[in-house]
Write a protein that binds this ligand. Structure first.
Ligand SMILES: OC[C@@H]1[C@@H](O)[C@H](O)[C@@H](O)c2nc(CNc3ccccc3)cn21
Length: 584
């Protein structure tokens, strides 16, 4: 019989204890180190430095970017990891935050704000399962999702990653964890989930990304904690620390909230991972130092997303340990947490890609789930004289707007590239294509992004407008949330034609549109629907009635931000608002 840690019939705790006893200090330090795939050159460094985890940052993909080459890449890294004396498998993490969004051809689901509008936790669980299958098909075992942020200020560039502005909606959508992991880790296509970002990322002053959340502990616990409690109840295996600060203290160095509250009071038994270069920010200077390594590890961080200078990290960590400034008990605790999840995931038994899932990437079944999610996320905000649903048999329909025929725009950030992109960046159905698929063969659909060619002969004009993609701090909008000049010009042209105007807003958050709204006959918030734009047309032409409800308060003006339900301010539309079609 081999060593206990290789015996899959033994409880994880026993296997961990046996393995830990066999590990050198270097083995242990390596397990706490996560390196970016592009930084691991030569790849043999993964073994030489006993690196325990690899990640793809946003957009960091193999060439060609196909599911098969992702799986081949994963297996190659894993083979290197297993070549070490103890053969501890590496765990690979990625941001699959609205589908396996770095992989070309993957199903791209609506971003979380749209899923919040569905108020359907069971649907979100099904989405988690579908995403887990696509992730598993590429070998990857760990998803840096769901973001359980409670976005309080729409000026924040990550508002679309939030399921809603009050804790009840993100809490209800923690079902995504169960979808990803399964009822317990290690089952079919089980992928480790990450509750992020601990804690208070959505509550910063002014909605500044990586800013300062200035609230009492009672407010922090009341508003930002409940979604994490639900994720813990569902057995979430990892928690990622927020870049933000709480009352001026960087979360990445906050021992009270990480160790005393998350691990102690809440009893979190998984492992805590930093954000990308998160520990570098503790001293306000670029790069990381031994002091920052010590402060973050002693605060309770178990694994550091370095992600590039892993040699320096390991060297500094070793010095902090041999000097006694980081106790060995902390190192062992971090290793126990990390190794427990690797054992529970079944990585020691099944370290390589299960190729039976590779064909699920972008499958019709998954795209069908995504299309349903798109339908259910549409929120009808205005519908004068019941202009919606549009008749499929209308003789002529005009479509305008920069976002009507653009997979990149309708998917938003975190799609193929970190910041997203424009045009046919991955296979999907644009909203325009969806419209064309829906109308009758005798209907003429004319598309012009700027609205050129509109005249009174059209039954209606559909203007698909809104935001171009962004992620994180690049999406912060401290100086206004209005439509851009391109969209305003398009809308003015349509208005001048006298034809009824149906506006479809493709955005990651409520926008400041109160002034323009009276000129529109109908308004549908489509959020960031992803690749299955057919779901928008399904609602516009009545195959499905709109059922979406606002997950966040819709401002009258950006000057009201932050504006949230119950704060006494008068919104344009309250959280929970959503019209239905008149009974036909
Ligand atoms: O992609 C890894 C993490 C992600 O899980 C976190 O939610 C997010 O806060 C996060 N931000 C970065 C920073 N990304 C980055 C991309 C290109 C250049 C520099 C930094 C990485 N990550």
């Amino acid at each position: 019989a081999g060593p206990i840690y290789r015996d899959s019939t033994r409880p994880a705790a026993e296997r961990v204890a046996d393995l830990l006893a066999r590990m050198s200090l270097d083995d242990k330090l390596g397990q706490m180190t996560q390196a970016e795939r592009g930084a691991l050159t030569p790849q043999a460094d993964l073994a030489r430095y006993r690196i325990g985890s690899v990640l793809s940052g946003g957009g960091s993909a193999p060439t060609p970017n196909t599911a098969k080459s992702w799986a081949d890449m994963y297996d190659s890294f894993q083979r290197t990891a297993l070549s070490t004396p103890l053969g501890i498998p590496m765990i690979y993490g990625i941001d699959a935050v609205h589908g396996h969004n770095n992989v070309r051809g993957a199903t791209i689901f609506p971003h979380n704000i749209g899923l919040g509008a569905t108020r359907d936790p069971a649907l979100v669980q099904r989405i988690g399962r579908a995403v887990a299958e696509e992730i598993s098909g590429t070998g990857i075992d760990w998803d840096f999702a769901p973001c359980l942020c409670v976005a309080r200020d729409d000026r924040w560039g990550r508002t679309y990653e939030s399921f809603g502005e009050t804790p009840d909606i993100p809490t209800s959508m923690a079902t995504f964890v169960t979808g990803l992991q399964g009822p317990s880790l290690g089952g079919p296509a089980s992928v480790l989930a990450t509750a992020k970002h601990w804690i208070g990322d959505g509550g910063t002053t002014g909605g500044k990304d990586q800013g300062n959340t200035e609230v009492s502990e009672a407010e922090l616990r009341e508003t930002h904690l409940p979604p994490f409690q639900e994720a813990l109840k569902r057995g979430v295996g990892s928690v990622m620390i927020s870049y933000s600060s709480w009352n001026g203290v960087k979360m990445h160095g906050n021992g009270y909230l990480i160790t005393d509250v998350l691990k102690g009071e809440l009893g979190f038994s998984g492992f805590v991972v930093s954000d990308w270069q998160g520990i570098d920010q503790l001293d306000g200077q670029p790069g990381f130092t031994g002091d920052e390594v010590r402060a973050s590890i002693n605060a309770g961080i178990d694994m550091v997303m370095v992600p590039n200078d892993y040699k320096l990290f390991i060297s500094l960590l070793r010095t902090e340990v041999t000097s006694g400034r980081i106790p060995m008990s902390r190192i062992d605790d971090a290793n126990r947490r990390i190794l427990t999840k690797k054992f529970e995931l079944g990585l020691f038994e099944r370290p390589y890609t299960d190729r039976s899932y590779t064909a699920t990437v972008g499958s019709a079944a998954h795209r069908g789930i995504a299309r349903q999610a798109v339908r259910d996320s549409q929120v009808l905000l205005q519908n004068k004289w019941g202009v919606l649903p549009l008749p499929k048999t209308a003789s002529k329909v005009f479509v305008a707007g920069k976002s009507a025929d653009n997979i990149g725009y309708q998917s938003g950030g975190w799609t193929i590239d970190w910041q997203g992109g424009s045009g046919p960046i991955t296979p999907g159905t644009t909203i325009l294509q969806g419209i064309k698929n829906t109308v009758s063969p005798s209907t003429t659909v004319t598309y012009n992004a700027n609205g050129d060619g509109i005249d009174g002969s059209y039954k209606a004009a559909i203007a698909v407008v809104g935001e171009t993609p962004y992620a994180e701090f690049k999406g912060d909008r401290p100086n206004g949330l209005g439509l851009d000049d391109t969209d305003l010009a398009t809308l003015a042209k349509l208005k001048a034609s006298g034809v009824p105007v149906v506006v479809v807003l493709v955005s990651g958050r409520p926008l400041d549109i109160a002034q323009q709204l009276p000129n529109w006959d109908a308004l549908v918030a489509a959020w960031l629907p992803g690749t299955e734009g057919q779901g928008v047309a399904d609602v516009l032409f009545g195959d499905y009635a709109p059922t979406g409800k606002l997950p966040s308060t819709w401002m009258q003006s950006a000057s009201q931000q932050p504006i949230n339900t119950g704060d006494g301010k008068t919104p344009l539309f309250p959280q929970g608002f959503g019209l239905q079609y008149a009974r036909s």
